[in-house]
Design a binder for this molecule. Structure first.
Ligand code: COA
Length: 171
């Protein structure tokens, strides 16, 4: 798998364990209560949980420079949802945002989900994360539900928006 943005020299490839340091830095730089309910990622925290976590990560890179990532995994461990993949992480380095790298990663994720036989990709995004919501909408994801006031972040109750991409309509 290797996909290139039309406007940049950025490509997407499967992650390797050695990417962990760069990806931890990207999380550290991008995570805030505006984009995730989780506490800010410590830059020295080990990024990958295990080998499956490495396997489920796509990395955007420009030559040797890692500029973003996306994590795509099974929605649940239940066999009944084996046709659903979920995006559980997406971030682009702040210096490289606005270069259509997020779009490139979502395109690669869609191809990977199809390769895995999925019929749906789901994700959750904070209600106030306007850039991510615009990106998902631009890539065909539709809102399927809203958990109102699901998180208390920086003193405010924030919605959790459930979005999904139907993979059964196109090839
Ligand atoms: C969300 C994020 C991944 C977008 O990555 P990106 O590479 O900057 O996005 P792209 O350049 O691919 O944008 C593609 C489309 O998304 C939309 N978009 C992206 N950023 C936007 C913004 N700030 N405002 C409005 N629309 C935006 C636009 O529709 C854009 O289409 P265009 O290029 O035709 O204008 C990036 O801002 C990021 O890492 N944010 C912090 C982490 C995060 O929020 N992750 C998602 C958690 S659910």
């Amino acid at each position: 798998m290797s996909r290139t943005s039309e406007e940049t020299r950025v490509q997407v490839r499967p992650a390797v364990e050695a990417d962990g340091t760069s990806l931890a830095e990207i999380d550290h730089l991008t995570w805030s209560p505006d984009v995730t309910p989780a506490p800010r990622w410590a830059v020295d925290k080990v990024f990958f949980r295990d080998a499956d976590h490495v396997r489920d990560t796509l990395v955007a890179h420009e030559d040797d420079l890692v500029v973003g990532y996306l994590q795509l995994e099974r929605s649940t461990l239940c066999p009944a949802s084996g046709h659903v993949q979920i995006i559980n992480g997406l971030a682009v380095h702040p210096d490289h945002q606005g270069r259509r790298i997020g779009r490139l990663l979502l395109t690669a994720a869609e191809a990977e989900a199809r390769r895995r036989g999925a019929r749906r990709i789901t994700l959750r995004v904070l209600g106030g994360n306007t850039s991510a919501r615009a990106l998902y909408a631009a890539c065909g994801y539709r809102i399927e539900g809203v958990l109102e006031g699901e998180f208390l972040l920086a003193g405010r109750y924030v919605d959790d928006v459930l979005m999904a991409l139907d993979l059964t309509n196109e090839t």
